[in-house]
Design a protein around this ligand. Sequence first.
Ligand code: C5J
Length: 218
Amino acid sequence: MPTVDASPGKFTFDLDTTALLVIDMQRDFLLPGGFGESLGNDVSQLRRTIEPLAALLTTWRAAGLPVIHTREGHKPDLSDCPPAKLTRAPKIGQPGPFGRILVQGEYGHDIIDELQPVGDEVVIDKPGKGAFYATDLSEILEKMGAKRLIVTGVTTEVCVHTTVREANDRGYECLVLSDCVGSYFPEFQRVGLQMIAAQGGIFGWVTESPALLKEIAR
Ligand code: C5J
């Protein structure tokens, strides 16, 4: 079985039962001049994930393995956006440089050009931070027979963490790729990754993408 060196220990997986999750690599979060930057964030902290993630996708797709993309956002009438979320993120639904912010169908809501889904790859629209909440992700993974998830995307301490925690509680083993997840805040990136692998891997495993690429190539 393929095995990669990871923290807190080796992560062994079976290519037939492992899916790649690419979380919220959306223009609103990543493009210079977009929503993320308008909040005062340094988008370069997220953009450094694009190149390794594109390389991973190339190899993963060439091996014929499943990819699931997610997008955080809401229906145009915001009926799926809880008032408590809107109160703390009042820009949601407002016009921005890339269309209404985090609204489905808008340019900014979609995935960046470099990482656009191809073929029949699944795209899950999610109203929350976690990819399992109010989506079909559980059913999709069950149908695929997935038992393990390779987790990538943004942001490390928010949607990646929430999804890894949700997945962990549902019995999935998660390997988080540190160079393919990003936070606007270097401190949150560091601590967020530590928290996943702490206490014997309380939420999962952490490694860098080259370790995984090497195993897939074998
Ligand atoms: C945030 C996300 N940070 N995808 N969303 O609001 O992490």
